[in-house]
Design a binder for this molecule. Sequence first.
Ligand code: PGA
Length: 254
Amino acid sequence: MRVPLIAGNWKMNTTVNEATGLVRAMRDELDKITDVERVICPPFVSLAPVKELLKDSTLKLGAQNLYFAEKGAYTGEISPLMVADLCEFVIIGHSERRHYFNETGEIVNKKVIAALKVGLKPILCIGERLDENEAGKTEDVLTGQLTSSLNGIDNLDGLVIAYEPVWAIGTGKAATGEWANKTIAFIRQHIAQLYDEKVAQEMRVLYGGSVTAANAAEFMQQPEIDGALVGGASLKATEFLSIVTQTSVFSTRK
Ligand code: PGA
């Protein structure tokens, strides 16, 4: 049985005050839903104060990025050791990083290796653009991204994959549950090819892209979908709580 996971990617939103306020608004209710792993990923500057607020909580913390070197003259970057000091998870290879910050497959691969080395659980994001989707290239894009991101990695300890079609991120146009389920089944099949069936069956694969309280059930009832990476809706306490609650309901039925 794969434990479902809902991760909130706050992106570049919330000051420290706003971040701690948001955590206070949802922490106690989220703490009651223990059959879903709940992760929040605030901006770097809020990780330490949020960690303090989560001292007695079962909510987990994730970072949105890291750099692959452990320390040194890399002005402005945050190292895996610094992230591991505060977090259990780290989002790697988000499409916004790939597109706005030119992160290549090779860079994503270095980051995944660096995260695993310090015991962080990467949430590795993959997904096709609209033009690739329309050209029928989704499966090729995903196998390419998986192969390059996981190059040379024997042990995927704790790694989670998030399938996020780029056309669905922040657009309000989510994929259908059926499409996401089918594509995630394909991703799992490719993991079985790269590793083995056991690794593939144990691997959690999330859907991400315009998930809201209104459409969460459509995704969470799908057998292949193990949770969600939620952007915009994770900034509203009631929306996020509703997504987690619905995930809990469906997890008992799968
Ligand atoms: P969204 O973002 O839920 O706002 O579409 C998802 C993501 O980028 O992880």
